[in-house]
Design a protein around this ligand. Structure first.
Ligand code: BJW
Length: 232
């Protein structure tokens, strides 16, 4: 890493898998999806929320509660250590909606798909911290209207802070993708953006991702082993 000064790290569900949080598309777990008989594409859309809000709110209330019982693992801790010690620019762009990077101590974290511990008021656009159930239709602490939904980027919605992400990529010398299947865009396209910019690229994933051929180097195995070894 001697010639590397600025790093963008993309993380996905695989980085939190060993903390006990289910991934979205693990074909080997016999379920091939996240929640009972529902595919993630069927509950994580604005159309699903409009059609059956109770189903969608129950789904997110259950996951918000579950995430609060989980703890960061060795991969989160290694990235937090890198963040604390790295003197150049560094940005952890996570697709994850859990807060395990932050609880491990990482500071330079950007949640492009939202955060479980926030709600979003569709009436006044506030994003209050929210750890309780949304199924009871609580009032927004800012405007008082019962218009809170999960602050999660659903399919067809624009991921957050894309300009910041592309600006960081433009400055980066290294792009590292950790624990993501490369199935969901625009994050799945970052490796190609990085290649076009002439940035070095590295994949750390349990198995080859859908985009693995685009990386200069790919290492396969559990994140709790690969990430600390890479950071050292
Ligand atoms: C381990 C491990 C261990 C396991 N160690 N590794 C056709 C072509 C191209 C694009 C599209 C298309 N049709 C539609 C689109 C766009 C769409 C999309 O990409 N769809 C695909 C399904 C094709 N994307 C969008 O809609 C996005 N918005 C958008 O494009 O905006 C522009 C736009 C705006 C308006 C109109 C039109 C366009 C938004 C995407 C939002 C994604 N949201 C979710 C929300 C979930 C809700 C929730 O959290 O409940 O984000 S979906 C879900 O997937 C979640 C994740 O962040 C995301 C990525 O998943 P991730 O993290 O990669 O997890 P997995 O499970 O897929 O992979 C885990 C990996 O870890 C695996 O490889 C394992 O092997 C590995 N692993 N254990 C290391 N221990």
């Amino acid at each position: 890493m001697s010639s590397i000064r600025n790093i963008v790290i993309l993380t996905g569900a695989g980085v939190s898998a060993e903390s006990g949080i289910d991934t979205f598309r693990d074909a080997n777990d016999g379920r091939g999806g996240l929640w009972e008989q529902h595919r993630v594409e069927d509950v994580a859309t604005p159309e699903a929320f409009a059609r059956d809000p109770d189903l969608v709110l129950r789904f997110y209330d259950m996951r918000r509660e579950a995430i609060q019982t989980k703890a960061p693992n060795a991969a989160h801790r290694a990235l937090a250590k890198l963040d604390a010690e790295w003197e150049g620019e560094l940005l952890i762009v996570t697709q994850n909606v859990d807060d395990l990077h932050e609880r491990a101590g990482a500071k330079r974290v950007l949640h492009m798909h939202g955060e479980h511990l926030n709600a979003w008021c569709t009436a006044c656009d506030a994003r209050p911290r929210w750890t309780g159930p949304l199924i009871d239709r609580p009032a927004c602490p800012e405007c008082g209207k019962a218009a809170l939904r999960p602050d999660i980027v659903w399919f067809g919605e624009m991921p957050y802070r894309m300009e910041e992400i592309f600006a960081a990529l433009e400055q980066a010398d290294l792009f590292v993708s950790i624990g993501t299947s490369g199935a969901v865009y625009p994050a799945a396209g970052f490796v190609r953006n990085a290649r076009e910019l002439g940035i070095e690229t590295l994949e750390l994933n349990l198995e080859p991702s859908q985009g693995t051929a685009w990386f200069d180097e790919a290492r396969h195995g559990p994140a709790t082993e690969l990430v600390p070894a890479w950071v050292e």
